[in-house]
Ligand binder design. Sequence first.
Ligand code: SF4
Length: 418
Amino acid sequence: MKIKIIYPSWPKLNRQTEFHLPPHGPVCFAAAIPDDVEISFYDENIQPVDFDEKADIVAFSVMLTCQIPRAWELADRFRKQGVPVIFGGIGTMLHSEETMLHADAVFLGEAEGRFEEVINDVRNNKLKKVYNYLNDFPDMNLIGPARRSILNRKLYNYRGVQMVDLVHASRGCRFNCFPCCTPFLGGRKFRARAIDAVVRELEQLDNNRLFFVDNSLAQDDEWEKELFRALIPLKKKWISHPIKDDDEILDLAAEAGCWYVYQAVFDTSDHIRRRVKRLKERGIGVEGTIILGMDDHDEDYIKRLVDFLLEIELDLAEFTILTPFPHTPIRADLEKQKRILHNDWLHYTGAEVVFQPAKMSVDALQKMFFYAWDTFYRDCSQNLQMAKLFLKVIEKEKADGTYKGSRLRRGRWSLKDK
Ligand code: SF4
């Protein structure tokens, strides 16, 4: 029995430096597949899909809305060849009904403890149209280490530097932010993995640099502290989504190897200014995630916001245009107000305007998106800013003796290794 897993390509954000992280969804999914099933894996972002290689079933692991049209296109081609196709991943959960038109089966929800049933159905030629485990979450103890052996790791590097490995210590989120579909996908309850299981997984990784892709680590103070304390002896260096803005937690995060965090910046308040300052004081870098096109945004507001980001010296800024993804609170609002322009998912990239802004024309918001990128990186390109952040991690590694040396090849970056 052989399963071919495909992670389809998607259009990259305009203005953003293109690099490819080893995907997380497919390796978690692969860990839920019984060991006696042979797996081949194609990340179409970095390698072409082999249509001739034989498989009993093709599984599409889809993360993004703008990835789904390509997944459908590939699926149609495999089905024409007579190969059954199943879809899973969060992109499938957001687009399940449309996806059924292109699939023999869709798997909705988290796969741990549930995929053996699917494999048996394939073996017995009894594949069901839908396996629906939405809001029916598996026991967190079933989540073992991701199966990263399916990746061709050599392909995941940027200018000779090995990319971070993606890991997770929890699922779900207790918040319900307006642009976010996580509550629909992972539920409103924070679900933590056992910390010793997380530590065991990290210990096995031959990579000192990680990205915790948990939705937000700021969910439970005691758990967050316990996690950071457990990370300290590993001496890994890591990136994450937000951590709690609390003295003890920030100190522990820094000690545990926090390299930089993603921080949403919605306004120019002192609250944001202080938050960024407190991270930077502890040697933690900050990449701002900034959504443009909210109802109080006009051109002047966006100009002031970009000036503010430069003033507070964010290390990196990622600008996106507000996008009403399915199953988000903002989509429900904009639908009611009839402000969604189209559902051409290929253009739901976060770099294109797909709704009618309140205080600007569609064209003006699109121009301000480019203005924001160009102005923020006017004096120091994104590439150079990334190189500076990279030098920070090298400094941290040199300080604790974990620096492995040869990963940054001289001359491949614009800044030289120190
Ligand atoms: S934006 Fe982050 S904190 Fe808010 S609901 Fe989504 S995952 Fe949770």
